[in-house]
Design a protein around this ligand. Structure first.
Ligand SMILES: Cc1cc2nc3c(=O)[nH]c(=O)nc-3n(C[C@H](O)[C@H](O)[C@H](O)COP(=O)(O)OP(=O)(O)OC[C@H]3O[C@@H](n4cnc5c(N)ncnc54)[C@H](O)[C@@H]3O)c2cc1C
Length: 384
């Protein structure tokens, strides 16, 4: 067993870091406080082969592995935490699921533009009454001629104020097997967005409203029975979420380390206090342990989607570790850590969200428990 990156991976890692240092470091604070999706960063990444990292070359991607995308998202996050969302969007998020299942027509229509950073895709999965219980979704697709009419609504769609197309989970019929997904253009008649709301991390999301939106058959991504495939794709999204949790934690840790080396109180650098040293020891243990779990899930996925078991373990651990590290880094930096002059408070707010998004930590633990006991535990009330 080899715990080191290969020579090729080290070269890739250094090149991404270099690009991030040259182009993204300078405005990292400003970018973190901008609620809009950084489209300029998407174009920069497109020019430098950092969009569609695990997507096959004949589809316009880079033909890499999930692990390459993890390396990229980490290296970007360690320089500019907000820009790591663009690697998420280009290699892990709905784009990844879309690229896996899209027809040639759909790829031709949308994929090139997505990979060039010209347009943005968002995921409409969560509904007001279907959060963790996502299979309770009620957004309905009713047959109409060759296509479908979609009615319903979604909430918490990240990047929705800036997105051009939406991968929308819909219900064609009853039960889990009735679920699939469609691609909705922002301009489609009957599709509207609500007023932007803000997450704690400062990003905006809008409610999506579908009033009898006509979806031509060309825009159906997955028909009835597509739910399992969608969730398999969503496990890749979870890896991006896991990687960013840990990386923004490490970003905060690095800032706090520098602070502890230079900030003096009582006539000595604060890193000389044992109370501070032990915080760093604990943070470092979490970073290293989290990285092993993250890399295991990513490497075992090779070119496909990661297993839900390894993804759940990595996500549950790194979501907590990332947030705890940001919290401790803030403590080490005192008032400056709590202030918006420092990116530590941004990382703290940002990492908090991933404990909820993408399948909450509790839902990840439910999945892990099923593996532990080798049986399924229904979360629904018993039928009488
Ligand atoms: C930053 C952020 C970005 C997001 N981006 C998107 C996006 O792009 N697209 C999208 O569709 N959605 C998105 N979401 C929504 C996200 O997927 C949901 O918030 C999440 O699935 C939880 O659903 P909920 O908020 O309705 O909470 P609920 O499901 O109502 O859960 C409330 C609490 O109860 C717990 N809980 C629920 N069921 C169980 C159970 N069986 N066992 C133990 N505990 C349980 C949960 O863990 C949680 O703590 C985003 C959310 C956030 C915070």
């Amino acid at each position: 067993m080899d715990f080191n990156l290969s020579e090729e991976q080290i070269i890739f890692k250094d090149s991404v870091r270099n690009l991030a240092e040259r182009h993204l470091k300078e405005n990292n604070l400003k970018r973190a406080h901008d609620p809009n999706f950084p489209k300029d960063v998407a174009r920069l990444f497109a020019k430098n082969g950092l969009m569609g990292i695990p997507i096959p070359e004949n589809d316009g991607g880079q033909g890499g592995k999930l692990m390459d995308a993890v390396i990229a998202i980490e290296q970007v996050a360690l320089v500019c935490p907000r820009s790591a969302d663009v690697i998420q969007s280009g290699s892990f998020g709905p784009l990844r699921t879309f690229a896996e299942y899209a027809s040639s027509f759909q790829k031709e229509k949308y994929l090139t533009k997505l990979l060039n950073g010209e347009i943005v895709i968002a995921l409409g999965m969560t509904e007001p009454n279907a959060g963790s219980a996502v299979t309770d979704l009620t957004t309905k697709a009713t047959p109409d001629g060759d296509g479908f009419r979609v009615s319903g609504s979604k909430i918490f769609t990240s990047n929705s104020p800036d997105a051009d197309i939406f991968l929308v989970y819909v219900r064609y019929g009853e039960g889990i097997n009735g679920i699939g997904s469609v691609l909705m253009d922002r301009s489609m008649a009957g599709f509207s967005l609500g007023k932007p709301s803000k997450y704690t991390n400062g990003e905006e999301w809008c409610a999506l409203y579908f009033d009898n939106v006509y979806i031509p058959k060309e825009n159906i991504l997955l028909g009835p029975g597509g739910f399992k495939k969608q969730i398999a794709g969503f496990n890749a999204e979870r890896i991006g979420n896991t990687a960013r949790s840990l990386a923004v934690g490490e970003f905060a840790y690095n800032l706090a380390r520098e602070h502890a080396l230079t900030r003096e109180q009582f006539g000595r650098p604060i890193c000389e206090f044992q109370g501070i040293q032990w915080k760093f020891a604990d943070m470092k243990i979490q970073i290293d342990a989290g990285r092993l779990l993250l890399y295991r899930a990513a490497i075992n996925a090779d070119k496909g989607f990661p297993s839900s078991k390894e993804t759940s373990i990595a996500k549950a651990f790194c979501n907590k570790a990332g947030f705890d590290i940001c919290n401790e880094a803030m403590q080490v930096m005192g008032g400056m850590g709590y202030s918006q002059e420092s990116l530590v408070e941004y990382c703290f707010r940002k990492s908090r969200g991933w404990q909820i998004a993408g399948g909450s930590m509790e839902m990840m633990k439910n999945r892990i428990a099923e593996d532990v006991f080798e049986r399924r535990f229904s979360q629904r009330p018993p039928k009488i």
